[in-house]
Design a protein around this ligand. Structure first.
Ligand SMILES: Nc1nc2c(ncn2[C@@H]2O[C@H](COP(=O)(O)OP(=O)(O)OP(=O)(O)O)[C@@H](O)[C@H]2O)c(=O)[nH]1
Length: 385
């Protein structure tokens, strides 16, 4: 019940319900004023004490709704808006109001059935709305019958006309309520379809993002993604923290391709990716930098730990046996550096590349380091390993 309001946050829902309640109070005030006007102009048919007592009871009945709303007890109800209850109470008072008037004025104030039922028209399910309309109609019929009995009315034309009019209006409102419900259901279905569509699109976007950031052959992240990630990490680096950065290049990889074929070369790359990941910790990032070159980011490590980790990778690869291949003598070279706060990633990569170049130059199958940044003016390292 009341599907559109129950989806709101409780606070927003309460605000909305209190606003609606204030509107209902305004409608009551208007109806009471009109009743007083009708009585003052001679259309009343009961002693003044009756509408006065009715007014006090009306205020009390609204106080109950107000207290429920203020204490937020209404939120525990199946319909926190208490729409059906409020409409039924309003119809009860409308019947009472009409009962205070004689037949002529009654016809005029029949119009108040419309705003009362409009409160429920957009919120109540069709069946609940029909229940309210039937309650209103039965009340009015009861009123007319009571008057006919009490006053022994001899001319039933006017009451019958009023009954027929009320019936027609209520019937029309019920039909319109059904139409609104059908529309709401269709919109609900469309919204569901849209949400499903949106989720599919989100899934596809995620897939595309994954594809755009992953190296297809090894499943590692690619260079672009790594650079983005490393830049981000660099901005988060605490003042005393440092990252290890290493460029890893498989030795004589061209020979493997040439001797055993490109597919074998691919398998060697995959083997390296798998075994390297097994050697690394959870937060370490390994990426394929391009071709047979990889890049590694090691968060929160000191220089010794960087060297130990790279040595571990080198040794593990030297004993690797890519499935179905007996290559023997696999090796790799590593250039290491560190990243500190305020470092430039490009310069740090250049440092690692220089160290890698030294490793290749010094006979491959080794790790070399360039820990410190090069002085921009002199081109000399402030310190190096
Ligand atoms: N199988 C395979 N080979 C690749 C891939 N990407 C690059 N290569 C090859 O990797 C080889 C790299 O050769 P080089 O740059 O000469 O390096 P190297 O033979 O490893 O020699 P050093 O690095 O000096 O030890 C080239 O033959 C590329 O074709 C790939 O995805 N799969």
């Amino acid at each position: 019940m009341n599907t559109s309001t129950t989806r709101l946050e409780p606070q927003a829902l309460q605000r909305l319900l209190l606003n609606r309640f204030a509107m209902a109070l305004g409608t009551y005030a208007m109806a009471v004023l009109l009743l007083m006007l009708a009585i003052a102009t001679g259309y009343g048919q009961v002693p003044l004490a009756v509408p006065l007592l009715g007014g006090v009871l009306l205020v009390l009945s609204q106080l109950v709704f107000f207290l429920l709303l203020r204490s937020e007890r209404n939120l525990r109800l199946r319909d926190p808006g208490m729409i059906e209850a409020q409409v039924l109470v309003a119809l009860f008072w409308q019947t009472g109001l009409l009962g205070c008037l004689n037949g002529e004025a009654r016809g005029t104030l029949l119009a108040f059935y419309a705003p009362i039922l409009l409160f429920g028209l957009f919120q109540l399910p069709a069946r609940a709305f029909a229940r309210c309309a039937a309650f209103g109609f039965v009340g009015f019929v009861g009123l007319e019958l009571w008057d006919a009995y009490r006053l022994q009315a001899v001319a039933p034309e006017l009451p019958l006309l009023q009954l027929a009019t009320l019936f027609a209006v209520l019937f029309w409102l019920c039909l319109f309520g059904r139409y609104i419900n059908a529309m709401r259901q269709r919109m609900h279905q469309r919204r569901h379809a849209l949400v499903a569509h949106q989720n599919t699109l989100r899934g596809m976007m995620r897939q595309l993002e994954d594809q755009a950031s992953t190296d297809e052959l090894t499943g590692l992240c690619n260079r672009r993604h790594f650079l983005r990630l490393a830049e981000r990490e660099l901005t988060r680096l605490p003042a005393q923290g440092q990252y290890g950065l290493a460029l890893i290049d498989l030795d004589h990889f061209k020979r493997i391709n040439d001797r055993y074929g490109h597919a074998a070369g691919d398998r060697v790359l995959q083997t390296f990716a798998t075994l390297a990941q097994a050697c690394l910790r959870e937060g370490d990032v390994l990426a394929r930098y391009g071709g047979e070159e990889f890049v590694l980011l090691l968060p929160g490590v000191n220089l010794d730990q960087i060297s130990i980790c790279c040595e571990r990778l080198r040794e593990a690869f030297s004993t690797a046996e890519p499935l179905g291949l007996s290559l023997g003598g696999l090796s790799l070279s590593i250039g290491m550096t560190r990243l500190q706060r305020g470092d430039n990633l490009d310069l740090a990569l250049q440092r690692a590349d220089q160290a890698l170049y030294r490793a290749k130059h010094n006979g491959r199958n080794r790790c070399e380091a360039s820990w410190e940044p090069t002085d921009a003016r002199t081109g000399r390292r402030s310190a190096s390993s």
